[in-house]
Design a binder for this molecule. Structure first.
Ligand code: G6P
Length: 612
């Protein structure tokens, strides 16, 4: 949450910062601001989106070759201009941008007020700005040392960048619990929450580690150390990201583009890992841990949001195919409930961003107790990817729409590959059946493509249902998590109340909601316990509910009962989530568009939740 971008070099800083903020807007969009050294420290801020800031600045000729920018997801203080970053210290000479939460800000603030400081905002960030100023003044230190001392006094999480009028050729950045990456160009430097703001300028990056501090001076090499003053050698990595991955490519929204990318993203997640012809499933990243997973007493999957739903599919896959017991936990609950974990457990952490604070904390807890940690992440070099013992990247490419789509199907793909590999090693499935499954999995991207072809029909359904107030999503077995995910997509982006339920549980509550205005989406592919789902559909029809059913192509039984059907190609039951999710994403998308919602940046949500 909150996007950070900073620049030092010979180009004009403003266009780099503003474009960078647009790319980082998925991290938060309550307010935005920039600070430049343009004949002194100049700060411009606006409530709302980055485009509002841009309009406010419009026409001014800003000249600076150094600057910082921020887009905010509010934690301390409501989203307004005074709470927007950058924050200046009282002497007006220092500006700071911050992502995270300073937990002891109140104590520090009171002490600073006693020493005569005043505050213009309700933020924890302004406290840090004044703390740095205070230390610099009282301890007669330079800015670098003042920032370092201040960071040793704060508890909580932060990624910060400091800009000072008194050191016009220097930026100082540091991180703990929130990501920061430094881009190194030709006599120019970029600092950002992720590499998206500077991908067109450089592919050489340094991912800062926990408690790292970087000091960037014009004309000098980067200086890297920890906040405990231990000097480090920067490790420069090459970025694998292309500019076109960050553009809408002709689609109206990133979310739609990402939905339509799924044949490719699923294929990329399988590339080099699956070869049905040769009978190979191999995930290079976890090869050294296969025996550990195979003999695990339990697999515990920890995740949040959509990734948690992928984890639920994983539970079905691992138990069904490889007969390994699995528990799926909300990371936020797991970390606080004194869970029983031992060295015999394997924890699989799933995260698109690789930065989710609760998931990271759950990993650290499980690590302390000796469990082996496997990661499934989309963002290369992310905090979660680094915190795990081993893992597999999803290779879905950057996901920019706040509501997760292609990351989900990529996560399910990786879980499927892992479960199939474990089944092979364990011999839990007859070899001929196992080979059949591999061939079928290879055909899934093509079947996703066919499913996407139903887009227009689903759009018509969206017209029909755009004004309803409630939706129910029901599925069983592998498609129970799909029901949860379908409901989550709809509520995230259209703000319609939607609930996902195991279809049979409907009788224990949600059935009371059903009347002739209540749409009920059934995920009813003709595999698994199909007959039971058909009975559940009848129960809804008997109460005049409106049924939208996701069915296997050619299913005349459900077609005869449901009000609307959306077809998906026939596949094995274990692969149905990869197909059945697609129409639900499209339905949510079109309903949200018709309701005039901001699809890519839904209200109150952020894509990367780096606070708990
Ligand atoms: C936020 C996003 C969701 C995402 C969840 C977990 O709530 O809006 O789309 O599923 O975080 O994020 P992660 O990056 O850990 O998968």
């Amino acid at each position: 949450m909150c996007g950070i971008v900073a620049y030092l070099g010979s180009r004009e800083a403003y266009p780099i910062l503003i474009n960078g903020l647009h790319r980082l807007e998925y991290r938060g969009y309550d307010s935005a601001g920039i600070a430049l050294l343009d004949g002194g420290l100049q700060v411009y801020k606006a409530k709302g989106k980055v485009s509002t800031l841009e309009h406010k600045i419009n026409g001014r000729k800003l000249h600076s070759h150094i600057g910082v920018g921020h887009t905010r997801w509010a934690t301390h203080g409501e989203p307004n201009t005074s709470n927007a970053h950058p924050h200046k210290s009282n002497n007006q000479k220092l500006a700071i941008i911050h992502n995270g939460i300073i937990e002891n800000y109140d104590v520090l603030k009171r002490a600073l007020i006693e020493r005569g400081y005043h505050f213009d905002s309700e933020t924890d960030t302004e406290v840090l700005a004044n703390l740095i100023e205070d230390i610099q003044k009282n301890e007669q230190t330079d800015l670098e040392e003042a920032v370092r001392i201040a960071l040793n006094q704060v508890t909580g999480a932060y990624a910060i960048v400091v800009l000072s009028e008194e050191d016009p050729d220097m930026l100082i950045a540091a991180r703990k619990g929130s990501p920061l990456v430094v881009g190194i160009g030709d006599n120019e430097f970029f600092i950002a929450s992720d590499a998206t703001p500077f991908v067109e300028y450089t592919k050489s990056v340094i991912f800062l580690e926990e408690e790292d501090m970087v000091i960037i001076r014009r004309g000098e090499d980067i200086k890297l150390k920890t906040i405990k003053n231990k000097v480090k050698t920067p490790y420069v990595e090459a970025l694998e990201m292309d500019l076109c991955e960050l553009e809408k490519g002709g689609f109206d929204h990133f979310m739609l583009k990402e939905i339509f990318e799924q044949p490719r993203s699923i294929k990329d997640s399988m590339r080099g890992r699956l070869n049905a012809e040769s009978g190979i499933v191999s995930l290079g990243g976890i090869i050294d841990y296969e025996q550990k997973i195979l003999h695990a007493e339990r697999i515990i999957i920890v995740a949040c949001g959509t990734s948690w739903h992928a984890g639920l599919v994983g539970e079905y896959l691992f138990e069904d195919l490889a007969r390994i017991p699995v528990e799926v936990e909300y990371a936020s609950e797991f970390r606080y409930r004194n869970p029983i974990i031992s060295e015999k457990d394997v924890v699989i952490a799933i995260s698109q961003s690789g930065e989710t604070a609760d998931t990271l904390a759950a990993i650290n807890l499980a690590k302390e107790k000796g469990a082996t940690i496997i990661g499934i992440c989309n963002v290369v070099g992310s905090s979660i990817a680094r915190a795990t013992d081993a893992g597999s990247y999803t290779h879905a490419g950057p996901e920019i729409g706040v509501a997760s789509t292609k990351a989900f199907t990529a996560q399910v793909t990786i879980l499927t590959l892992m479960a199939l590999r474990m089944a092979q090693l364990k011999g839990t499935i007859p070899v001929s059946k196992w080979r059949e499954l591999l061939f079928e999995l290879e055909s899934i991207p093509g079947k996703v493509e066919r499913t996407l072809a139903n887009g227009e029909l689903i759009k018509q359904l969206a017209y029909e249902f755009k004004d309803v107030r409630n939706f129910l999503y029901l599925g069983r077995g592998y498609n129970f998590p799909v029901a949860l995910e379908g409901a989550l997509k709809l509520k995230e982006i259209s703000y319609i109340h939607a609930e996902g339920y195991p279809a049979a549980e409907m009788k224990h509550g949600p059935i009371a909601l059903i009347d002739n205005e209540m749409p009920v989406v059934f995920i009813a592919p003709s595999k698994g316990i199909y007959d039971k789902v058909v009975s559940n559909i009848q129960e809804v029809k008997a109460r005049n509910g409106k049924v939208i059913a996701v069915v296997t192509e050619g299913d005349e039984v459900v077609r005869g009962m449901a009000d609307y059907v959306i077809e998906i190609p026939e596949t094995e039951e274990i692969f149905t989530p990869l197909l059945a999710t697609i129409p639900l994403q499209i339905l949510a998308y079109h309903i949200a568009v018709l309701r005039g919602c901001h699809v890519d940046q839904p209200r109150n949500l952020a894509k990367s939740v780096t606070v708990e």
